[in-house]
Design a protein around this ligand. Structure first.
Ligand code: CDP
Length: 217
């Protein structure tokens, strides 16, 4: 039986979050930002002075994450960390802790718990491969590194030329490389996933494409 899940996987800054949230709104389904769980784990480890490569200790923190998702905000230990988890530093930390198998296992059940009868749109790196392998629709979302760096720069108010921009581009390429080449749950396009390159598409066009694929099912 296919699961009532649309799995949207893809590299950093490909627009997964915006697309997944809009598709969820259009269908009246829930939304899971799985990357946020890895980001929160990285932040929590830093707050607890736990090294990002200490697998057992970070997995224990991930297992017991005191996190709540309340009206679009992320609360860690009751504190609003929605902005803090979006920094590039925490993004890098997320990528580091995400490479540890015990951390991924610790976060698995928490991700499964997001699925209810209402349906779920989930975005990340391994939604279709590991977390929801029976998803009714799988989408692999991408865009060129240049386009993704421009989107990220606009989001955080960095000019589209110069050292700040070059750093964003380099960070995106480094994270792509790390996410694709790790041994556990690497970023990959599954044969059954629909490829959606958004380099030349608006958000509306991307949302429509995914809804059309779902309705054709
Ligand atoms: O916003 P961006 O796409 O850059 O990152 P994110 O989706 O918030 O994910 C942050 C990091 O968490 C990624 O670089 C991945 O290494 C990791 N991640 C993962 O391994 N598996 C997921 N399902 C989601 C994120």
């Amino acid at each position: 039986m296919p699961q009532k899940v649309i799995a949207i996987d893809g590299p950093s800054a490909s627009g997964k979050g915006t697309l997944a949230q809009r598709v969820a709104d259009a269908l009246g389904w829930r939304y899971l930002d799985s990357g946020a769980l890895y980001r929160i784990t990285a932040l929590y480890a830093r707050n607890r002075r736990t090294a990002w490569d200490n697998e057992a200790a970070v997995a224990a923190l991930a297992q017991a994450l005191p996190v709540e998702f309340v009206e679009g905000s992320v609360l860690l230990d009751g504190e609003d960390v929605s902005a803090a988890i979006r920094s590039e530093e925490i993004g890098m930390g997320a990528s580091r802790v995400a490479a540890l198998p015990a951390v991924r296992t610790a976060l698995l059940q928490r991700q499964h718990a997001f699925l209810t009868e209402q349906g779920l749109v989930a975005d990340g790196r391994d939604m279709g491969s590991v977390v929801f392998p029976d998803a009714v629709l799988k989408v692999f979302l991408t865009a060129s590194p240049q386009v993704r760096a421009e989107r990220r720069a606009k989001q955080i108010g960095v000019p589209l030329a110069g050292a700040g921009f070059e750093r964003i581009l380099a960070d995106i390429e480094a994270r792509d490389e790390a996410d694709r080449n790790r041994t556990v749950a690497p970023l990959q396009k599954l044969p059954e996933a629909h490829l959606l390159d958004t380099s030349a598409l608006t958000i509306e066009e991307s949302v429509k494409k995914v809804l059309d694929w779902y309705r054709e099912k």
